[in-house]
Design a protein around this ligand. Sequence first.
Ligand SMILES: N[C@@H](CCC(=O)N[C@@H](CS)C(=O)NCC(=O)O)C(=O)O
Length: 206
Amino acid sequence: MTTLCYAKATCSIGIHVLLEEIGKPYDLNVVDFSKGEQKTPEYKKLNPKGKVAALVRDDGSVLTEYAAIATWLAMTNPDKKLLPTDPEGIARVLEALDFVVGTVHMLSWRLWRRPDAYSANPDEKEQLQTRGKESMLAAFDIIDEQLAGKDFLVGDFSIADTALYYVEYWASDIAKWPLPPNVQAHFERMKSRPSVQASRQLEGVA
Ligand SMILES: N[C@@H](CCC(=O)N[C@@H](CS)C(=O)NCC(=O)O)C(=O)O
């Protein structure tokens, strides 16, 4: 059965939401970061990158990277309409998704959350974190404009919204930063979806 390797309070919750949206049976394999399980030889055999999310598919093959997993799930479950079918729609969803994963998560949040990954010098920690926070809040301002007058990033609900949801969750619930109004409204809209509620409950996210 399809198995999601996830860790609590990480980006893998966005993939978890997608599996709930699809509604087919799946298994969960928790990777406990507090015990460093992502770096164990057993887990690295499955995902040499030592990261979540990783999706083990029915044939045993493993897919990694948010955009790849999300796109594959959407395209193999076309009835769920998680990705438009026209070239412009596909491109716009991937554009929004890449901005969230590449810029908001990897270039901004990681700087705030893991300054030690960029400098071993404790004196630089605060400056690195400030840059990460500023960059993340600036990215949310751009997304806020994109969301003006809209419920979702591109047309109907899509894989891009699940990525936006996980960074909203981090910024709002973990960092306690205020979100701009349209982003906050999107976050509330996401939290009202049964798929989001189910994945939060299964992962024990308050
Ligand atoms: N580019 C990857 C990023 C995956 C990633 O960075 N995952 C984090 C959790 S949000 C992780 O597994 N970190 C492992 C660690 O911190 O040791 C993706 O799109 O899936």
